[in-house]
Design a protein around this ligand. Structure first.
Ligand SMILES: *[C@@H]1O[C@H](CO)[C@@H](O)[C@H](O)[C@H]1NC(C)=O
Ligand SMILES: *[C@@H]1O[C@H](CO)[C@@H](O)[C@H](O)[C@H]1NC(C)=O
Length: 458
């Protein structure tokens, strides 16, 4: 079956003409031009070692960071800069965990191309070794290493002596080249002793406001047969929201605790009928680092029972359901009583055989929901987030969803050049038009579940 899928993808590759257009077309307003000029100034100042001059008037400003979509919506990553002189890395921006880690140059070299570039602490004058052991377990693997600090830059924001972990052992399924690590964007209670997450330090330093913290717009390559393994991924905004990407109001939902970004999932509808109403409060993590939507097996089964022709897979495919692609069920996730629809295209995780699709809602664990506060039982990953402009707000702590703007929808499925790997410069506008230096390869979609599995002491 896998061979067949690869054959289909290769056929798609051959049909692909040379296309290259920008990620999204935003005309520059004068405010944007100011922002660009500011980003240039900041870049020059940091390049030559001058302080960043973050004035009060800049506090509620923002930085728009271009994302790359990896393996047909499996993961979304951005470029960060680390150390002095700066080393650039691709990292998955993960709202389901809180540590920043990078593989070491030793590991990267030993694995010869399997992962992205490795961080070389010896080459950075600002590296400091904390010498504590680091380990993290995710839904799809583990990473081990040690804690350190170094200068870190994301978009136009930089922090000196920011905590990070250097990883010298990692499960091969966790990340794939050109990605070198993960930047956790959940709360510091999950930071594995690494230290306060980058985004939370920015809020503490008043570099971004608590009301306008972080937001995502993710592309949908699943429905474009020309999509290659690396495509434009949309954008991540630190600070002031990007109102070119959404329309109407943002509906905010208070989170259930400052750990994951957990919202109160009050039900699931299929075709307008409620198929699951929990009798307990369920925190569903809104998680950019997980590809799909996941939950306990027996409750996920209730969703698929309502989809005609759906059947659970066996063997390696247990916990995944297969259904007629043309069923296009209307599935809604209900949060605090408000239904949020999932585009039927996003349910088609994979075409398993002619007319049969593998669904993007899967069993993350066995049994049924217990309402646990210390495990994340339900995860609303990229399959969900692609449908909305998603806002992660520090204070009051909440996750918000807004309808995507026509502009965002129009560019959401467009293939094109991936963002440049430059830190700080191009990211204010999403795309420099420059081609990355690696060769994209065709890959079968692989689900990535990064949600950190952590026993919380609460
Ligand atoms: C940092 O400390 C750890 C633990 O003591 C050690 O294994 C590692 O080699 C050190 N790294 C560097 C670059 O000195
Ligand atoms: C969760 O949402 C439901 C439906 O709106 C509501 O009845 C319930 O009180 C909410 N629970 C919490 C803890 O907010």
């Amino acid at each position: 079956m896998l061979n067949k899928i690869i054959a289909i993808l290769l056929a798609a590759e051959m049909a692909l003409a040379s296309v290259s257009y920008p990620i999204y077309h935003s005309s520059r307003s004068s405010e944007d031009t100011q922002e660009w000029a500011y980003a240039q100034g900041l870049k020059q100042r940091t390049k030559y070692g001058y302080p960043a001059l973050l004035g009060k008037d800049r506090m509620s400003h923002r930085s728009i960071v271009a994302l790359t979509n990896q393996n047909i919506d499996a993961a979304y990553y951005a470029t960060i800069g680390v150390g002095q002189p700066q080393q650039a890395f691709q990292v998955i921006l993960d709202t389901g965990s809180s540590a920043l880690w990078l593989i070491s140059n030793t590991l990267s070299e030993a694995e010869n191309g399997q992962f992205g570039a490795g961080y070389d602490p010896a080459a950075s004058t600002s590296f400091k070794n904390k010498s504590d052991e680091f380990s993290v377990t995710y839904g799809s693997g583990q990473a081990f290493g040690y804690d350190a600090t170094d200068d870190v830059q994301l978009g136009t924001y930089s922090l000196s002596s920011s905590p990070l972990a250097v990883v010298d052992e990692v499960t091969s399924t966790l990340i794939a080249a050109p990605v070198s690590g993960i930047m956790g964007l959940a709360w510091s209670s999950l930071s594995q002793d690494v230290g306060t997450p980058f985004w939370q330090q920015l809020v503490q330093n008043d570099q971004i406001s608590g009301e306008n913290t972080m937001s995502f717009y993710l592309t949908r390559m699943r429905s474009n047969s020309q999509a290659q393994s690396l495509e434009p991924g949309g954008s991540f905004t630190l600070g002031e929201l990007d109102n070119s990407l959404y329309t109407g109001d943002i509906s905010f939902h208070n989170i259930l605790g400052e750990d994951w970004w957990r919202v109160n999932m009050s039900g699931i509808n299929v075709g307008g009928n409620t198929v699951f109403t929990p009798s307990i409060t369920i925190g569903a993590g809104v998680d950019s680092g997980t590809t799909l939507i996941g939950g306990p097996h027996d409750d996920i089964a209730k969703i698929w029972e309502a989809v005609e022709g759906a059947e659970e897979g066996t063997g390696n495919y247990a916990g995944y359901w297969f259904y007629p692609c043309n069923a296009n069920p209307n599935i809604e996730i209900v949060i605090d009583g408000t239904p949020y629809a999932v585009n039927p295209e996003d349910l088609k995780f994979n075409q398993a055989s002619t007319g049969t699709c593998q669904g993007a809602i899967f069993a993350l664990s066995s049994g049924s929901t217990t309402g646990s506060n210390t495990n994340l039982e339900w995860v609303l990953g990229d399959t969900f987030m692609k449908n909305y402009y998603t806002v992660f707000r520090h204070s009051p702590a909440a996750v918000g969803f807004a309808q995507l703007s026509d502009n965002a929808i129009a560019s959401q499925t467009q293939v094109g050049a991936v963002p440049s790997q430059t830190v700080g410069e191009a990211d204010s506008f999403g795309n420099s038009g420059a081609q990355a230096s690696y060769t994209p390869a065709f890959v079968v979609p692989v689900a990535i579940t990064l949600t950190a599995i952590i026993a919380l002491s609460i």
